[in-house]
Design a binder for this molecule. Structure first.
Ligand code: NAD
Length: 439
């Protein structure tokens, strides 16, 4: 079947759904994306992109102009005429650490009565083992197959990751349905791994768990470096050169966060637990990550000669609020977790992030309700007792150190949680420096 004859529906137009819909339209499929957030749908129909994602605006615009991509309100309007429907709705953390499947189940309930006979429903959301069967049950449509096709894109490089993936994973009980989903990726040069649904669902959690483990590992090594007087940059160079280890995901920092690793690592522990396996390694990975946040608070307290539990009267400049550079996503941002701890200890915090300049989106407003958000670095650092860099935005790597020193005064400490700056250069302008695991 030529591409343009295959109609795709995408339910949920967030980071994953919008990228999925736009990229499939770019590949030549007819795509209708639906969302229950009317504001998002309106923005998209006005040619605006509700998220910060490099290159996405261009792909969306070209696909809309060619008539291959449409945005509609609701899941039914997206799924009604589709041969294949992708579920890209949230799977947030439930109260007991498990993934909350209510959005997936709700979306399945909504589309069940209007799906075309013989349609395929694809779980692209990250869902626990057994969810493919759970969606089948909710749909109650024996003529409709459900396939697991977890997404591995990274925010900040989502378009490139989607169009040039390192692998595509498809889990299906029905080989014909698996083949129909695999065919969607046929013009992409990549490895397609076809397996059963439980394995596909496990692959996604195992991948995120492993990456979180690498970061927790290097953060623990960085802590050890500080104790033994070693330099983490040299250590990472030394271990990362070993191809069995690899150098990626070995950058020390304030801890991992974002919309995926925190909830997925906890869900992995819970899934294992529910099936009678105590995933103690993963529990350790999570607890090292929690420690890392406290270590950042300790560094800030040390910089001003105070105890971490009493920072009353201390003003902290927080440079970077998103969970990493290249995205506007504030979900489970390590910066915000540290900021919350600082506030609890009595500090006042002035934050700045390149994605929070100008009018805030409703989500940013709600998430940052307790934070003073400044429009530029200068305003955030003015009068600060300590400057803390949380994310690796180029604006912070290239910060004008002389200007910074003039604004905060000589002797002020820069706590560089991403090891972006050269300590020698920071000290040369009269500032003090504390990185992570650096001598
Ligand atoms: P998101 O919150 O950015 O977007 C989800 C969208 O779904 C929202 O716009 C919401 O309004 C919409 N929605 C909810 N219920 C709906 C319904 N019934 N009908 C239509 N729309 C509905 O979430 P996201 O970051 O895109 O993540 C989606 C899933 O993909 C999650 O399971 C996540 O774990 C997984 N995932 C995310 C990433 C990432 O980097 N963000 C990467 C890989 C996998």
């Amino acid at each position: 079947m030529p591409h343009s004859d295959v109609r795709l529906g995408v339910v949920g137009t967030g980071y994953v759904g919008l990228t999925t819909g736009a990229c499939f339209a770019h590949l030549g499929y007819r795509v209708v994306c639906g969302d229950i957030d009317q504001r998002k749908v309106d923005l998209l129909n006005d040619g605006l992109i509700p998220i910060v994602e490099d290159g996405l605006a261009e792909v969306v615009e070209a696909a809309r102009e060619s008539g291959m991509l449409e945005f509609v309100f609701g899941s039914q309007a997206a799924a009604r005429d589709a041969d294949i429907v992708f579920l890209c709705v949230p799977t947030p953390q439930g109260e007991d650490g498990s993934a909350d499947l209510s959005y997936i189940e709700q979306a399945a309930r909504e589309i069940a009565p209007i799906l075309r006979p013989g349609a395929v429903v694809v779980n692209k959301s990250t869902v626990p083992v057994g969810s493919t069967i759970a969606v089948e049950r909710v749909l109650g449509r024996p003529d409709v197959s459900v396939v697991s096709n977890p997404e591995f894109l990274r925010e900040g490089t989502a378009v490139g990751d989607f169009l040039s993936p390192e692998r595509v994973v498809i889990g299906a009980a029905n080989p014909e349905a698996a083949q129909r989903v695999a065919a969607l990726y046929s013009t992409i040069d990549t490895k397609i791994i076809t397996t059963d649904p439980a394995s596909a669902e496990t692959i996604k959690y195992a991948a995120n768990g492993f990456l979180a483990m690498k970061i927790s590992f290097v953060n623990a090594v960085a802590a050890m470096c500080e104790h033994v007087g070693a330099d983490v940059a040299a250590v990472v160079d030394g271990i990362g050169s070993d191809t069995r280890i690899g150098s990626r995901f070995l950058s020390p920092g304030p801890g991992w966060g974002g919309s995926c690793f925190p909830k997925d690592s906890r869900a992995l522990v819970k899934i294992a637990d529910d099936h009678g396996y105590d995933f103690s390694l993963m529990r350790g990975v999570i607890s090292v990550n929690d420690e890392q946040r406290h270590r950042m608070v300790d560094k800030i307290a040390r910089a001003v000669g105070r105890h971490p539990s009493d920072l009353s009267g201390v003003k902290v400049a927080a440079l970077g609020l998103t969970f990493k550079a290249g995205t506007d996503d504030l979900r489970e941002s390590p910066a915000l977790r540290v900021v919350a701890d600082l506030r609890t200890a009595g500090a006042t915090v002035a934050g700045y992030d390149p994605t929070t300049v100008g009018e805030l989106s409703p989500i940013q407003e709600a998430t940052l309700a307790d934070t003073v958000v400044c429009q530029n670095v200068d305003d955030a650092v003015d009068g600060a007792d300590v400057v803390c860099i949380f994310t690796e935005w180029p604006e912070f790597t290239d910060i004008d150190l002389e200007r910074l020193a003039v604004r905060v005064g000589a002797g002020t400490t820069v706590v560089d949680t991403r090891n972006l700056l050269e300590p020698v250069q920071v000290k040369a302008v009269g500032l003090r420096y504390d990185g992570v695991g650096r001598r």
